[in-house]
Design a protein around this ligand. Structure first.
Ligand code: GAL
Length: 960
């Protein structure tokens, strides 16, 4: 089975299913207080070969001259460096980008030789040993120090350590690492992400003083009935454990119970301690908490938790999976600021520093093993490594490397065996090993719906109806599963515009105890920064097989700007519910935290008239405990709107600075209309006048032959007509494997992107201009009879559009409204009263309705693959440049510097350039968004059914 070579290059390990040789047993990852360490990150000499055996191993010998080699940055992926000279990234979702013939890999196996010399720093102690630690190398490495081969390993996102004390010199040490992109390990690492070879996490030399701590296990449980914590630190090397704040000073292995404050994701109380062995002091950050499966529920400290989570891949648009500490912190801060309380480390253990941050800031963590064999689904899971005993040592190696490295993090409450690896004996072996080693956490794995090895029933992308059935316990399944809690380890596929339907899921999650929440797929778009495209996705590097922009499906854009999806999620999962109370002027406040009371919040109250704030008051809300509610009296009486709409807004704000956001940060909010706006002016009474080529009506002029609007006041208007098309979103298009109707596909089949407008009549009467049309696609008998009725009172122009469907429409419409072109100079000035951010029928939870002002450019949402975006919902009125538009009823408002057709054709944002027209859509209806790019489509209540409709706009000119 192993690779044969004609010369003496040892590459047999590359295709060997074993995890490797030479490394030390896995152990806890920690930073010593006093033992020396030397970071070997930085610039390394680098040589790229096309095959594993192209070059012999002489580069590893002392004295080798690498002067002519270029350099790479470590940590880093070579394919993201070298300006294209070092190959390119490949993106596939689940298909292996090489023939499936385990454990064989292609002859063409990009191989990077990395070289670095180093001196020991002054003062590096003479005695003791030393360990060389690699925190992450993709996918297989062999290591030499000073010419000696010290071992080889696989398991890309796991730490590997080697004892090197006996090889070190004071100066001129030569560290050589040969990294192969493909190896037997690649079969276990088929996660949906870019294939990115390289030494992408830290390389560190650790001094190991005599008597240093080797491995240790902090057991810190919490008894919620007694309010006490029990601490015991098991250590390979005996020592003492002290926690001054708790007056703890005990020997390792000894238990001590004292009153403590527990650790939870909401109240992440950590106690600083120290483990002192003869040769070393190790700082401990201890969080007391107990995780159990009780009453069929996941309970922490006696309370069932509701995960409001995200799936996080490690990603940076320039450095790939090589993340700097600031980026990790930014992720945690962004999560906390968006009410997220849980993270699944999909689909591999993250850099350990990320877990430190989860402990510190408070996030529940599902730590997932570096294991996915999804590509075997292409062959009905035949030869799946997780069901083949030859691979079991590699699987156990991965499980133990995860657990041993990460076991001292209080934030980790669940171990996950991996992702999408089918089912098999290897997974059972992993679960058994984990249970034997750590009984203090639960086990997750989604792939086995019978829950043979797991402590919870987990699914991905189950639709609302199924989740509801599961919540009610009507989903059947084996007895074991029926007794387990349920989580959606992935849902709400955040690809492009969306996901839709989150609020509907949340309602179901909260209605049933058995459902303990979910994790949005996923945290961040994996777009690669690229001069050609802004951000590149699959196919942009000429890959033979790829899955396009399926790699851009996050709540954050690649540069970590929050997408509307994240803002929506924040609102949907807000930990305080504020609802309009009774008519006498109250508001109902409910604490939706699992552990915290509301004393950390203050509540701001204000009225708005026509969307404009009128001054703020404080609302006095009692410090409710979890699950409690109160009716609170409004602090002021509503102003007289004099015909304008009057609403109130309540905002729950942080009352004090926290480590993750400052005082005043908004946690939750609600709005309610108290007095609706008055009716729109009828705008009638003026008689239309016609000459040979022009009709005038009040401030407007029309083409006499076609009845098409030309001007309003001094503003030129182009192309005003009915519009039903939108540049399909990833969720409209749906994934190819979806077996239900994919609207985006049906719409195009039907021809909704090329509707023809037939003119039937232009009629002038005493008080109106009426234009009768039929709007329909070629080759089909369906159509929309569309009547535009124009009236005016002399200064204002009113349009009423009536739409009557004809024929048998079997799909909803993308949108229904009018579009019109305005002068490009109007770009800079847009004001409206409606939702502030992007909103569609099923993504509008976070639509805060106020008066807003911005430019057309800033109304765009920069989805990496351009698509319909940027609609503002519930718009009462909008002003674009000099044109004011009022709607009856409220409308969806969109404006762009390009047409929908241009947006539809674009593959990257760089394909879009502003033209000489601002295109405005005023929509009476929009189809919902759903989540069909990898999940359920649009729920029935958010579909834009084809039926008769009538809607009006009143146009006028804004004064200078
Ligand atoms: C899941 C998988 C994820 C990702 C997602 C779609 O099946 O676990 O890794 O591929 O679908 O984006």
């Amino acid at each position: 089975m192993s690779l044969r070579t004609t010369h003496s290059v040892d590459v047999g390990h590359v295709e060997d299913v074993s995890p490797g040789s030479g490394a030390l047993p896995p152990r806890a990852w920690y930073a010593s207080s006093d033992a020396d360490s030397l970071s070997l990150n930085g610039s390394w000499r680098f040589r790229l070969s096309a095959t594993a055996d192209a070059e012999d191993e002489s580069f590893a010998a002392e004295g080798f001259d690498s002067g002519g080699w270029p350099e790479v940055r470590v940590p880093g992926h070579w394919v993201l460096q070298g300006d294209g000279d070092f190959g390119a990234p490949i993106y596939t979702n689940h298909r292996y980008p090489f023939p499936v013939d385990p454990p064989r890999v292609p002859t063409q196996n990009p191989t990077g030789d990395h070289l670095r010399t180093f001196d020991l720093p002054d003062g590096w102690p003479a005695g003791g040993g030393a360990v060389l630690r690699f925190d992450g190398v993709e996918s297989c490495a062999r290591v030499w120090l000073n010419g000696t081969d010290i071992g080889e390993f696989k398991g890309s996102r796991l730490a590997h350590e080697f004892a090197v004390g006996h090889l070190l010199k004071e100066s001129g040490n030569v560290l050589a690492v040969r990294v192969h992109q493909w190896s037997a390990g690649s079969y276990l690492e088929d996660q949906d992400q870019w294939w990115l070879p390289g030494i992408f996490r830290d390389v560190t030399l650790l001094h190991r003083p005599a008597g240093s701590a080797l491995d240790f296990f902090v057991h810190a449980s919490y008894d919620h009935l007694e309010g006490t914590g029990t601490l015991r630190v098991d250590s390979d090397v005996d020592g003492r454990v002290s926690v001054p704040e708790l007056d703890i000073d005990v020997a390792t292995g000894e238990s001590v119970t004292v009153p403590v404050r527990p650790w939870t994701a909401e109240t992440p109380r950590l106690y600083d301690g120290t483990l002192v062995t003869e040769g070393e002091r190790v700082p401990l950050r201890i969080g007391f908490r107990t995780v159990v499966l009780a009453d069929g529920l996941i309970k922490v400290n006696g309370t069932a938790v509701l995960f409001k989570g995200v799936n996080r891949h490690e990603w940076h648009p320039e450095t790939g999976r090589a993340l700097d500490p600031e980026t990790m912190r930014e992720d945690v801060l962004l999560m906390k600021r968006h009410n997220i309380n849980a993270v699944r480390t999909s689909h591999y253990p993250p850099h350990p520093a990320f877990l430190d941050l989860c402990d510190e800031y408070g996030l529940w963590v599902i730590d997932e093993c570096d294991l996915e064999t999804h590509g075997f689904t292409e062959q009905g899971w035949r030869d799946n490594p997780v069901d083949d005993d030859r691979w079991t040592p590699a699987l156990l190696d991965r499980a133990s490397r995860m657990v041993e490295r990460d076991k001292n993090h209080p934030s980790i409450v669940v171990w996950s065996l991996g992702n999408e690896a089918g089912t098999g004996r290897g997974l059972t072996a992993m679960a058994e090993w984990i249970r034997g080693r750590d009984r203090s956490r639960l086990i997750h794995y989604e792939g086995d719906w019978n829950c043979r090895d797991t402590d919870m029933y987990s699914r991905m992308y189950a639709d609302h109806a199924e989740v509801e059935r599961i919540g009610r316990g009507l989903d059947g399944g084996p007895l074991k599963r029926r007794q387990l809690p349920f989580i959606q380890c992935e849902y709400g596929h955040a690809m492009g515009n969306g996901p839709g339907g989150l609020a509907d899921y949340q309602r179901i999650f909260e209605a049933h105890d058995r459902i303990q929440g979910g994790f949005i797929w996923e945290w961040i778009d994996h777009g690669v920064k690229d001069e050609r495209f802004g951000f590149a996705y699959g196919g942009d590097f000429g890959e033979e097989l790829h899955d396009g922009n399926f790699v851009c499906d996050g709540l954050l854009f690649p540069d970590r700007r929050p997408s509307p999806g994240l803002v929506e999620y924040k609102k949907v999962i807000e930990p305080v519910r504020i609802e309009g109370g009774d008519a006498s002027g109250t508001v109902r406040v409910t604490n939706a935290y699992d552990f915290a009371d509301l004393s950390h919040l203050e509540f701001e109250f204000s009225y708005q008239v026509d969307g404009f704030p009128t001054g703020a008051h404080w609302l006095t809300v009692p410090s409710l405990g979890p699950g409690e509610s109160a009716e609170v009296k409004l602090p002021a009486t509503a102003p007289d709107g004099q015909g304008e709409e009057v609403q109130w807004t309540v905002r729950a704000l942080l009352a004090e600075d926290t480590p993750w956001a400052g005082r005043g940060h908004e946690v939750a909010w609600a709005q309610q209309t108290v007095t609706p706006r008055g009716p729109l002016p009828a705008a009638t009474g003026t008689r239309p006048a016609a000459d040979s080529d022009r009709i005038t009506l009040g401030p407007a002029s029309f083409d006499a032959r076609t009845g098409v609007l030309r001007t309003i006041g001094t503003t030129d208007v182009t192309g005003l007509r009915l519009d039903v098309w939108r540049a399909t979103t990833d969720n409209d298009d749906g994934a190819s494997w979806q077996d239900d109707v994919r609207n985006g596909v049906e719409w195009r089949k039907l021809g909704l992107h090329r509707m023809q407008h037939r003119l039937d009549a232009v009629e002038l009467t005493d008080d109106a201009l009426t234009v009768r049309t039929r709007v329909a696609p070629a080759a089909r008998d369906v159509g929309l009879r569309t009547v535009y009725r124009w009236t005016s009172d002399g200064t204002r122009l009113r349009l009423t559009v009536s739409v009557t469907p004809e024929g048998d429409w079997t799909v909803p419409l993308p949108r229904l409204g009018i579009r019109l072109g305005l002068p490009a100079s109007f770009e800079e000035n847009v004001t409206w009263f409606g939702s502030g951010g992007e909103a569609y029928p099923d993504t509008g939870a976070a639509a805060k309705t106020l008066q807003w002002h911005t430019s057309v450019e800033d109304l765009q949402t920069p989805y990496v693959r351009p698509q319909e975006n940027g609609a503002r919902a519930d718009v009462r009125w909008a002003e674009v440049g000099y044109l004011r538009i009022e709607g009856d009823p409220e409308f969806w408002f969109t404006a762009r510097q390009w047409t929908t057709e241009q947006l539809d054709a674009a593959r990257h944002l760089t394909d879009l350039t502003p033209g000489d027209t601002v295109w405005v859509n005023l929509d009476h209806g929009q189809q919902g968004i759903g989540s069909q790019s990898c999940g359920p489509g649009v729920l029935p209540q958010y579909r834009l059914r084809v039926r008769p409709a009538e809607f009006s706009f009143v146009f006028s000119t804004v004064d200078d």
